[in-house]
Design a protein around this ligand. Structure first.
Ligand SMILES: [Zn+2]
Length: 389
């Protein structure tokens, strides 16, 4: 019995850590809803869902800003708080770029480490934009923005993923419940607690239960293998190797829906993913973050004039795109940034970006954003009610 208990202990440890990724930068992990929509986490650890029917979509903020003038490696319109500051700030005019390279997950410009290779713009694309005429560059920028905001396509893919993995998720649930039952039976020494006859019967049935679970496991992996062809990956296909390893190691095969989601969704702006698969509050939170970062950026005073110029151009294009994309969700940039209501009678000013409130004295928030004054005296309930509308 005790060797069975250790086998099960290993099983659960493998299940707990399976699919967890520790990354070098903070990313969004959308999920883990069982249905079509879910919340998100933002951090360097991306955990897959515990539920067998859960899914996961990772999205990284766009690590650069580009405009008619050039390209810089600090993001604008970032959804993450705090946003990633990946490399030493750099800005290049397009004609200055003589070399673009990609190595070990980074894009290099003129031999200097520029930004993480997130897939939003590939190295060859950046090189092509640098070589292009000004008119072509405008088309490039519009094309990239369209590519980063594919909410409709993402929502369609999400429905496909969930629809075509229903049976697989069901089989995963059976194996997970079976493994939990076996663990209770063995670790709780159920056989020793029931009458001797019943204990014997249970001991006889046990191998068949294990065999049955093994068959359900194998069926789920085979079905996932077959469904792969109907859920084509956007980029390179890495899921076959993962499925093969899951076949040999059952604890890795209990989140096949999440496994099949890897590489199935296009690389996008996190806001686009939120609009496609996020809960309404997820959509509102990320939309606010993006709009606030566009309107009240931080760190501008340390930026070079070139970088500032590039970011101004990029922000204008992104803001227009974001306004269009928000509309179907019933959100508007103006509606997102309405002043908060004062949380105490002493509140005199608030930061429009981080929404912190301050009593008299301060005029900028710790991040350097100029504070705004509450228009109506706090404590006047009618004015607060009006602000909340
Ligand atoms: Zn602030």
């Amino acid at each position: 019995m005790s060797e069975w208990v250790s086998v099960l202990a290993v099983f659960w440890v493998l299940w707990l850590i399976d699919g967890a990724k520790v990354l070098s930068r903070r990313v969004f992990t959308f999920g883990p809803g069982w249905g079509l929509r879910g919340g998100f986490t933002f951090g360097r650890v991306s955990r897959p869902p515990f539920a067998p029917g859960g899914w996961r979509i990772n999205a990284s903020d766009v690590p650069l800003a580009l405009g008619a003038t050039g390209v810089c490696n600090r993001p604008a319109g970032a959804a993450g708080r705090p946003a990633n500051g990946d490399a030493t700030p750099q800005a290049w005019r397009w004609p200055e770029i003589t070399e673009v390279g990609v190595a070990a997950g980074w894009i290099y410009v003129n031999g200097r480490r520029f930004c993480p290779d997130t897939g939003h713009v590939t190295g060859p694309e950046l090189w092509a934009i640098a070589q292009a005429t000004p008119a072509e560059r405008g088309r490039w920028q519009a094309g990239l923005l369209a590519r980063w905001f594919q909410s409709r396509r993402t929502a369609v893919r999400q429905r496909l993923l969930v629809g075509r993995t229903r049976v697989i998720a069901g089989l995963n649930t059976v194996v997970l419940a079976g493994a939990a039952g076996l663990t209770l039976y063995l670790a709780g020494d159920i056989a020793g607690r029931v009458p001797a006859r019943a204990g014997e019967r249970l001991a006889q049935v046990l191998p068949w239960v294990v065999l049955g679970l093994a068959l359900v496991h194998a069926t789920a992996v085979v079905l996932a293998w077959r469904v792969l062809r109907r859920l084509k990956a956007v980029g390179s296909e890495k899921r076959r190797a993962n499925l093969f390893s899951a076949l040999l190691l059952p604890p890795q095969a209990l989140r096949l829906r999440a496994l099949l989601a890897e590489g199935f969704f296009p690389v996008q702006h996190p806001l686009a993913v939120a609009l496609a698969v996020g809960l309404p509050r997820t959509q509102a939170e990320l939309a606010f973050n993006v709009v606030a970062d566009l309107r009240w950026p931080v760190g501008e005073e340390e930026a070079s004039p070139l970088e500032r110029a590039i970011r101004v151009e990029f922000r204008a294009a992104l803001a227009a795109k974001v306004a269009v994309e928000l509309a179907p969700a019933g959100l508007t940039p103006e509606g997102l940034v309405v002043p908060p209501s004062a949380d105490s009678a002493g509140s005199r000013r608030y930061c429009p970006r981080c929404r912190a409130q301050f009593v008299a004295g301060r005029t900028v928030c710790p991040q350097g954003v100029t504070l705004e004054r509450f228009e109506n005296p706090p404590g006047d309930r009618s004015s607060i009610a009006k602000l909340r509308q």
